[in-house]
Design a protein around this ligand. Structure first.
Ligand code: NDP
Length: 514
């Protein structure tokens, strides 16, 4: 009997045994840094001439790993391999397919600290953030495995005398999986395994800033015996192989998570039918956010201030769900702002390996982009905390807070994807909700209030895919808070929810006259 799904618990690093286990894992991984990783196509490990170095953003002299890069020729080989494998994988018993996910989840659980340590080095997560990322990856596999079992059961249809009617969910074909770097394990694993457990074969093109953690997942899937050719590992620059993969006539679907601009670009490319293409490509695109925490005059002020700071600066603000705006009722504005400034200034910045609250941003390009937004903020508002680079041999930026910004200011509208918070003083509750909705995005939001009428007003008026009351706007749990956004935040696929696998299947009805 399959146990009911339960979320993987987070690790308590105050427990000395867990602290020691994490330190051991960091030491083990450190000893493995700098190795070379191949592409994997149909089980064949391919080292190419062209390679990229994955650098530790917290200590840029440290090479985490060296990843071989695909070109179009290898991309073509991967597509043909996935097509060939689809011929058999699509008919593999769904129970058996789910079994691979359960096995992989169990193995990842055994090596939880090690996977977390890789993320500490490769993308600069602190221990807690890295641990939560691994827990979510495990959750996705446990959840989607069970979802496949549910979908493979007989589906309810209206009975008709004299007929045997059955509806089944069959896979689509070859998919291209394009994840971002910011949840380099959880999102990459979730997107990949959802497609595969549904009976599709895939090409996994990891983000160029986080290929090594993906390579470690590929090693794990080989270890647990997933048939070769089901997941083909194809690292390479999105700008060079992305269009080729998306436009290919044999590509049946694209599962993308990343920025708005890349998502829109893929959407356009995928919409045009290639020669000999015999289907309308399906696109799942989860994109950016400009999320906010709204504070009502009746809110618990301490909790609201903590919620704002955690939402804005967790993982240096590099979450699609990051609360990069705080919209505060004028009656409590001064008190909350003071608390937010104090809590922000108290955040310690330093090496992720040493588990500082705030680490580096992911690379030089991100650093430059965020610093540019900070300069824009200085023109648009009043700087009250941070405002520049922080010390360290990496891409460190001070958690930064601006006030006195207008609702249409650039830093109130554009996704910065870094530790920058814009604070707005609202005249009344209705205006606060209006300002909340005043972006092209619609991913997450939070409201702190103890006024029941206001909570009910917000329930229907705050337009975003994931809305939270009296808690932070980050940290969705698989199965508990299915995740996805509205408007330019994407196609609202609701990852970690009961609708998700349907995106990777098509329903087939077979009717037999008796
Ligand atoms: P990007 O859009 O830069 O990249 C995402 C992925 O797309 C990467 O693998 C990238 O490859 C690839 N890519 C780039 N160009 C192309 C192309 N022309 N064709 C195909 N693929 C391409 O986003 P980031 O990696 O910087 O991720 C951060 C963004 O992701 C933020 O906007 C964030 O809000 C969003 N996000 C959304 C989530 C959601 O659920 N809504 C969750 C997490 C993040 P390469 O790295 O090689 O360029």
């Amino acid at each position: 009997m399959m146990m009911e799904f339960r979320n993987e618990p987070f690790t308590n690093f105050n427990d000395p045994a867990n602290k020691q286990a994490m330190q051991d894992a960091l030491a083990k991984v450190k000893a493995e840094l700098g190795k070379e990783y191949p592409l994997v196509i149909g089980g064949e490990k391919i080292f190419t001439e062209k390679k990229v170095k994955s650098i530790n953003p917290g200590n840029i002299d440290e090479v985490v790993g060296i990843q071989s890069q695909a070109d179009q020729e290898l991309a073509e080989k991967a597509i043909q391999t996935a097509l060939e494998t689809f011929k058999t994988w699509q008919y593999t018993d769904p129970q058996a397919r789910a079994g691979y996910l359960f096995k992989a989840a169990a193995e990842m659980r055994r090596r939880k600290f090690e996977f977390a340590a890789w993320m500490v080095y490769e993308v600069g997560k602190n221990w807690g953030e890295a641990d939560a990322d691994v827990a979510e990856a495990i959750d996705f596999m446990e959840f989607y495995g069970r979802e496949m079992l549910r979908l493979s059961e007989p589906q309810p249809l209206v009975p008709l005398a004299g007929e045997d009617n059955r509806l089944t969910y069959i896979p689509l074909g070859v998919g291209v999986i394009i994840p971002p770097w910011n949840f380099p394990l959880a999102i990459m694993v979730g997107m990949t395994t959802a497609a595969v457990v549904s009976g599709n074969t895939v090409l996994l093109k990891p983000a160029s800033t986080s290929p090594i953690i993906a390579a470690k997942f590929i090693e794990l899937m080989e270890q647990i015996g997933l048939p070769t050719g089901v997941i083909n590992f194809l690292p390479g620059p999105g700008s060079q192989i992305g269009d080729f993969l998306v436009e290919h006539a044999n590509t049946r679907f694209i599962s993308f998570t990343g920025s708005r601009d890349t998502g829109l670009h893929i959407n356009e490319r995928a919409a045009k039918a290639a020669q000999k293409q015999i289907w309308v490509k399906r696109l799942v695109a989860e994109m950016g956010g400009k999320d906010a925490v709204v504070v009502d005059s009746t809110a618990d002020l301490e909790e609201a201030a903590t919620g704002i700071v955690v939402s804005a600066f967790g993982f240096q603000g590099q979450k699609c769900s990051a609360g990069s705006r705080a919209i505060i009722h004028k009656d409590v504005y001064d008190v909350i702002l003071q608390k937010v400034i104090e809590k922000t200034k108290a955040l310690q910045i330093g090496l992720p390996e040493e588990n500082y609250a705030v680490g580096p941003v992911v690379d030089q390009a991100a650093f430059d982009k965020i610093m540019n937004y900070i300069e824009i903020g200085k023109q648009e508002g009043t700087l009250v905390a941070g405002g520049g680079a922080a010390e360290g041999n990496g891409y460190y930026i001070q958690p930064t807070v601006f006030t006195d910004v207008k609702p249409d200011a650039v830093i109130m509208q554009e996704e910065i994807f870094g530790p920058v918070l814009a604070v707005y003083k609202a005249e009344d509750f209705a205006e606060a909700i209006e300002v909340f909705n005043n972006t092209e995005y619609g991913l997450t939001g939070a409201l702190y209030s103890n006024n029941r009428e206001h909570i009910e007003y917000a329930r229907t008026r705050m337009h975003c895919g994931n809305l939270y009351f009296n808690r932070k706007c980050t940290g969705a749990l698989v199965g508990v808070h299915p995740f996805g956004g509205f408007n330019m935040s994407g196609t609202d696929s609701k990852a970690g929810g009961r609708d998700y696998l349907l995106l990777f299947t098509q329903a087939k009805l077979v009717s037999e006259k008796l």
